[in-house]
Design a protein around this ligand. Structure first.
Ligand code: PMP
Length: 389
């Protein structure tokens, strides 16, 4: 028997299959609302101007590619902590390491949780980013779900979330999207964040916060407000950060994992465990993207330019959302949602008709990438949706 005989074939990523279908579609008006990367008005995912400038400088100034350590680029991690937490968090109670993207941060978080509390339960609102459950499960954590969003009514199921967390017990983990919820765009408002934070604190629940789209929702500060509120309320937490969207460096795999500890004296012990787990996973994270971003954030002019670019990206997403919502119907609530994604109340047959009859490519779930549209194509998309429902 072949050594590999026990392995069952696994389905290909449905979104990647969609890329192939889209590429082979000859219709010139085709729209790709599938894959989750930012696009500009011309449909491109360019390297940001500020990032390119930082990379150029890095190319000139970098004089060694010798190993760093499992903690990665320390200057990068310090900058990320400043962006994510501002002055809301006591630096002495914070420790972090650079990771390969937000996914690496989540995996490291899951393993750190498992090392401390083997088999811990992680409460996850559904629908969620499809990689959340497998990443948690890979570390041996038990995934418990509650409903985050009702697709038909396009409403956040806040009461269901509170009821689920009310049943959780001390030591349970709660995974929350920091902003720009993927796939629904339905974020908690500040009042709701405060209520969740209070409940987690009262019940001794452990927050695991996934901040993957800071700056693409309502603003850099606004998008971090919920995370900061939780960190101020709950003594201990983990934050998985991704720079892959807000710096547009997806394939460079840039992220960080932060832990807030209750007592500053614990920071080094927690950090040493992060480093041990990082070494066993990837030894050290890829350098280039983090080094370029550290260089960018060290330079006030490049930082200012990056913020201009990020503002433009966010403004564009918001303009497309406004244009879509003005058509009402299935799109009526899109302007109450934030970031790159919305999960439309469209059945799989409607999604299939949109593809075959209107050359609109989107996930079977009804998720659309807002960045796949422009203010101009939004009305064409809205008409196609109206024709199919
Ligand atoms: N969390 C969420 C909610 C995401 O949507 C993503 C990326 N799609 C990630 C984490 C992981 O990001 P990265 O590409 O940096 O691994």
């Amino acid at each position: 028997m072949s050594f590999f005989a026990p392995l069952r074939p696994q389905p290909a990523d449905a979104l990647l299959a969609l890329i192939g279908l889209y590429r082979d579609d000859p219709r010139p008006q085709k729209l790709d609302l599938g894959v989750g990367v930012y696009r500009d008005d011309d449909g491109h995912t360019p390297v940001m101007r500020s990032v390119k400038a930082a990379e150029r400088r890095l190319l000139e100034s970098q004089d060694s590619k010798s190993y760093l350590g499992p903690e990665g680029n320390v200057a990068f991690t310090r900058h990320m902590a400043k962006l994510a937490f501002g002055t809301a968090v006591d630096a002495a109670r914070l420790t972090g390491v650079q990771t390969p993207g937000g996914t690496g941060a989540l995996r490291l978080a899951a393993e750190l949780i498992a090392a401390s509390r083997p088999g811990a339960r992680v409460f996850v609102g559904t629908p969620t980013w499809p990689n959340h459950p497998p990443v948690m499960a890979a570390a041996g954590l038990k995934v418990e779900t509650f409903r985050h969003f009702d697709v038909a009514s396009q409403r956040l199921c806040f009461d269901e979330m509170m009821a689920a967390l009310d049943k959780a017990v001390a030591g349970d983990v709660v995974l929350l999207h920091g902003c720009c919820h993927n796939p629904t765009g339905a974020d908690l408002n500040l009042e709701q964040w405060a209520a969740v934070a209070e409940l987690m604190q009262a019940r001794g629940l452990f927050p695991l916060l996934d901040l993957a789209y800071q700056g693409l929702g309502q603003g850099m500060e606004e998008d971090a407000a919920g995370v900061r509120l939780v960190l101020q309320r709950c003594p201990e937490a983990l934050v998985a950060y991704s720079c892959d969207k807000n710096f547009g460096v997806y394939r460079e795999r840039v992220g960080a994992l932060f832990a807030q500890v209750a007592d500053g004296a614990d920071a080094e012990r927690v950090n040493s465990n992060m480093l041990l787990l990082a070494r066993a996973n990837w030894s050290m994270p890829p350098d280039h993207g983090a080094a370029a971003i550290a260089l960018l954030l060290d330079d006030p002019a490049l930082t200012a330019d990056w913020k201009v670019e990020l503002d433009q990206m966010r403004d564009r997403l918001r303009a497309v959302r406004r244009a879509l919502a003005s058509h009402g119907g299935a799109l009526a609530h899109v302007n109450e949602q934030h970031g790159m994604f919305s999960l439309l109340p469209l059945s799989p047959p409607v999604v299939a008709r949109l593809r075959t009859e209107h050359a609109v490519y989107m996930a079977g779930s009804g998720r659309i990438n807002i960045a796949g549209l422009t203010v101009e194509t939004a009305s064409r998309f809205a008409q196609a949706v109206a024709a199919c429902v």
